[in-house]
Design a protein around this ligand. Structure first.
Ligand SMILES: [Zn+2]
Length: 452
C-alpha cells in the first residue's frame, strides 16, 4: 500500500480558535491534506515535535528587506524570517535604488524574490512623488498585496511624502482596484519644526526622538488619511499605530461608513520611552516608543479586537547607521523578524493570554488583509503547509544568533528572556529551520500574488 501522505508533523496545534494537544498536520506535496488529533495516519515520514506548539507559519504584514541594501537584502532578511518562523513576508516597496512604482520594477523585484528568497513573499507597491497615480492599475494587476503611501518624506525618491491632492487621486484609483492602502502616518510640519527646535537647543539625545514625534503627529496624519478614506471609499490602513487613539479613530470612521484599519508593530506592545534612552540609536524607529501607560492602552485595543494585525516593521540598518550621539542622525527602524515569534509568545504568556491570539494577529488577520488567506496564515486542509513550531521554556534572546549579515546582527531585544524559541519552521511542507540552522536555499521562497 502506498502511503497517502508525504509527511506527518505531530505536536500541539494552535489555531485562532483552538488548542489541540496530540495533534497532527498531514502534508501531501506542499499543502495540508489532513489535520486531526490522536493516532496520526501513516506517511512516508513522521516528525514528532512532542508537546511543542505548532502554529500557522507567521505572515509578517510589514517589513523592509531592501531599504538599506537594495534587493540583495531579500536573501538575508528572509533567512531571518526562516529562523523566526515567519513563512510569508509582506515586503514594503521603499527600496534603494528603485522603489516599486510600476509594473516593470515590480517584475524585476519578483525575479529577485524567486531567485533569492528563503520564504514566500507578498509585495507592496507605491507611487512616485509626482505623476505616479497612473501606474496604480498595472501594479494591482501585477499581483501586489497592498499599496503603501506616506504623509511624511524620508527621501524624495525612495520614500516621498504624497501631497493631499495626489493622495486623494491615488485613493480614488486604489479604491477601484479593491486593494488596501497602508499609510506611514506622521505629520511632516510638526515633526520638522519640533526637530529644528530641538537641534537649535542643542538637544540631540535619545529621548528627543520621542519628544519631536509626539502622539499628535500621528493622530493628525490619521485624521487626514481617514477623511480621504471616507471621501473615496478606499480601504485606508495605518501602517503602524504606536497609540491606541489610532485604532479608536479607525473604529470611529468605520462607524461612519469608511473602510479604515490600523496595525500595531510588536515594539509598540512592549517597548517604552525608557528603552530608547537605554538603547539609543538601536531603539530608534518611527513612530517612536511611547509610555508604559500607552502600551497598556494598546493591549486594551488588541484584546478588544480593534487592531487589524501585529507586524514587525523589520528594517535592518547596518550597525554603523545606529551609532553616534545625535539621535536624529541615526537610521530609523528595528530588526524584528527573528525575534517576532518568541517575543509575541512571551508577551501573551506574561499577560496570561492564549497563544491562539498569535495565530489570529500574526498569521490569519495579516494574511486576510493582504488577500492571501487561507492559502497562507491558516492551519486548514488545502492551505500551504507553512508551520511555526515553538518550544516553550526559558531562552535568552541573543543577537549574535541572528542569521543576517554580520553588520545586521543587533536587536533591541538582546538579552531579553523569552518563554519560547523557534524549534522548527516548515515552508510548504519542507523544514527550512531545524532550531539551529537555516536549511532552505535562496530561491526556495516564491512570490505570492494577492488572490482577491
Ligand atoms: Zn515600515
Amino acid at each position: 500500500m502506498s502511503e497517502s501522505f508525504s509527511r506527518v508533523i505531530i505536536g500541539t496545534l494552535i489555531t485562532p480558535d483552538s488548542v489541540v494537544p496530540n495533534g497532527y498536520v498531514a502534508v501531501r506535496g506542499e499543502t495540508i491534506a489532513a489535520i486531526g488529533a490522536g493516532v496520526p495516519p501513516p506517511a512516508l515520514e513522521t516528525i514528532d515535535h512532542g508537546t511543542n506548539l505548532i502554529l500557522p507559519g507567521l505572515v509578517d504584514g510589514h517589513m523592509h528587506t531592501s531599504s538599506s541594501t537594495g534587493w540583495p537584502g531579500i536573501e538575508t532578511a528572509t533567512r531571518c524570517a526562516a529562523a523566526g518562523g515567519v513563512t510569508t513576508c509582506c515586503d514594503m516597496p521603499y527600496d534603494v535604488p528603485k522603489p516599486v512604482t510600476d509594473a516593470a520594477i515590480l517584475a524585476d523585484k519578483i525575479g529577485w524574490v524567486e531567485r533569492t528568497a528563503h520564504v514566500d513573499m507578498a509585495l507592496y507597491g507605491t507611487i512616485t512623488k509626482f505623476g505616479g497615480v497612473g501606474a496604480i492599475p498595472e501594479l494591482a494587476a501585477g499581483g501586489i498585496s497592498a499599496f503603501k503611501l506616506s504623509t511624511y518624506e524620508y527621501d524624495a525618491v525612495r520614500f516621498p511624502r504624497i501631497d493631499h491632492p495626489t493622495m486623494l487621486a491615488a485613493f480614488q484609483a486604489i479604491a477601484r482596484t479593491g486593494l488596501p492602502v497602508a499609510i506611514h502616518n506622521e505629520d511632516q510640519e510638526l515633526v520638522e519644526t519640533l526637530t529644528a527646535e530641538a537641534r537649535a537647543a542643542g538637544r540631540t539625545d535619545p529621548i528627543m526622538h520621542c519628544r519631536t514625534r509626539p502622539p499628535l503627529a500621528e493622530s493628525m496624519a490619521d485624521l487626514e488619511i481617514f477623511e480621504m478614506a471616507l471621501e473615496t471609499g478606499a480601504h485606508v490602513h495605518i501602517a503602524h499605530s504606536s497609540i491606541a487613539r489610532g485604532f479608536e479613530l479607525a473604529e470611529t470612521f468605520r462607524a461612519l461608513g469608511a473602510m479604515t484599519t490600523g496595525e500595531a508593530c510588536i515594539q509598540y506592545l512592549c517597548m517604552t520611552e525608557d528603552d530608547i534612552v537605554r538603547l539609543k540609536g538601536f531603539g530608534k524607529c518611527n513612530p517612536p516608543f511611547r509610555t508604559a501607560a500607552e502600551v497598556e492602552r494598546m493591549w486594551g485595543c488588541l484584546v478588544a479586537g480593534k487592531i487589524a494585525y501585529v507586524s514587525t516593521d523589520h528594517a535592518p540598518w547596518p550597525r554603523e547607521r545606529k551609532l553616534g550621539d545625535d539621535i536624529f542622525a541615526c537610521g530609523a527602524g528595528l530588526t524584528g523578524l527573528q525575534s517576532f515569534a518568541p517575543l509575541m509568545y512571551t508577551l501573551l504568556a506574561e499577560r496570561g493570554l492564549s497563544p491562539t491570539l498569535m495565530a489570529t494577529y500574526c498569521a490569519e488577520r495579516s494574511a486576510k488583509l493582504h488577500g492571501i488567506w487561507p492559502r497562507k496564515g491558516a492551519l486548514r486542509v488545502g492551505s500551504d503547509a507553512d508551520l511555526l513550531v515553538l518550544e516553550q521554556g526559558d531562552f535568552m534572546f541573543d543577537e549574535a544568533r541572528i542569521v543576517d549579515r554580520p553588520e545586521m546582527r543587533w536587536s533591541a531585544y538582546h538579552g531579553r528572556m523569552m518563554r519560547a524559541r523557534v524549534a522548527a519552521t516548515y515552508l510548504r511542507g519542507t523544514m527550512i529551520w531545524d532550531g539551529e540552522q537555516v536549511l532552505s536555499r535562496p530561491g526556495d521562497g516564491r512570490f505570492v500574488r494577492r488572490a482577491g
